[in-house]
Design a protein around this ligand. Structure first.
Ligand SMILES: [Zn+2]
Length: 315
């Protein structure tokens, strides 16, 4: 990630859900049912269950947290809900099974975790596998019917296509681009806002969805103007983050303000303020301001400017 402020020598955390975990998605095999069947049956193949955006995780003896996976002969197979996620560098293949509920376990070591929590705890490999599975699950759940003819669709391509048997249409997973931006002024102050439904004191970057026919840079300019009445000029892309809640891709920017008067829209944004680094440090130390969620790219954009990690939390 590019650094845009005087923070080159500081340690900024990597973005959860974004760092590569070394999984080759192996997409060339998704349509090969015979190959998929053999891969499923292979003794080294690992399977985990995803249900309602959650998977089972457990603590490791070394103090980490990992996805609970099982060999396929232990997995409750329903081929209609089998997603092939790819293979790791050692050749281990991974599948997710979408079920109505997570499997029970006789021990108490495993517990269900959603992606927001898991992404902060899991290895990059496990995080990458889980975000892929959750994104597919969300898309499958919301696309059971053909958007062309209205008939039921069926799963295909190991979870990556839904096919309509009535009209033949093939539907692919969708990703909705959203922009998330740290707005800075000429004094290098950051503009942070709070949404109505957020916990008291929580401030973060502004964000919004890209509209049809709009570039992502135009979306940044429009969203900032709509939400806080500030105009921005230069818009510089920083990094992205999959955000399958249910199907977004967060595109992170730093935007330079060309005006500083703030007029919040009062609907999405309840309050927005300019913070110098000292302002933010004092406000966080006094407890007046809570930093953005630790899992979100928002906290990384703020940290990049702030110059050091924030005391963030999962929420
Ligand atoms: Zn159809």
């Amino acid at each position: 990630m590019r650094t845009t402020s005087a923070s080159q020598d500081s340690v900024v955390q990597p973005i959860p859900l974004t760092a590569t975990g070394g999984i080759d998605r192996d997409s060339g095999h998704r349509l090969d049912e015979a190959w998929l069947g053999a891969a499923w049956s292979h003794p080294t193949t690992r399977v985990f269950v995803v249900s309602g955006g959650q998977a089972l995780v457990e603590e490791t003896p070394a103090g980490g947290t990992e996805l609970v996976t099982m060999p396929s002969f232990d997995a409750p197979l329903t081929e209609a809900h089998r997603y092939y996620l790819g293979r790791d560098a050692a050749g281990v293949r991974y599948f997710a099974l979408q079920k109505d509920a997570l499997p029970g376990r006789m021990d108490d070591a495993a517990r269900p975790a959603g992606l927001r929590e898991a992404a902060a705890l899991l290895s990059e490999r496990d995080s990458e596998l889980m975000v892929h599975a959750v994104a597919l699950e969300n898309w499958q759940r919301l696309h059971r019917f053909c958007s062309r003819c209205g008939e039921r669709t069926v799963i295909a391509a190991a979870g990556h296509i839904r096919r309509c048997q009535a009209c033949g249409a093939e539907h692919y997973p969708r990703t909705d681009p959203a922009v998330i931006m740290l707005v800075l002024d000429d004094d290098d102050r950051a503009l942070l806002g709070r949404q109505l439904h957020w916990p008291k004191g929580r401030f973060s970057t502004l964000a919004g969805f890209v509209e049809p026919g709009e570039s992502i840079e135009q979306a940044v300019v429009r969203e900032v103007a709509e939400e806080v009445g500030v105009t921005v000029g230069e818009v510089a892309y920083q990094a992205s983050q999959p955000w399958p809640f249910p199907s977004s891709l967060m595109l992170g920017f730093v935007a330079r303000a060309t005006s500083t008067d703030v007029t919040v829209d009062g609907e999405e944004i309840e309050e927005a303020r300019w913070f110098s680094r000292d302002d933010l440090r004092e406000a966080m130390e006094s407890g007046e301001v809570l930093a953005p969620s630790g899992v979100s790219i928002a906290s990384r954009l703020v940290e990049q400017w702030y110059g050091k990690p924030l005391a963030t939390s999962i929420w």
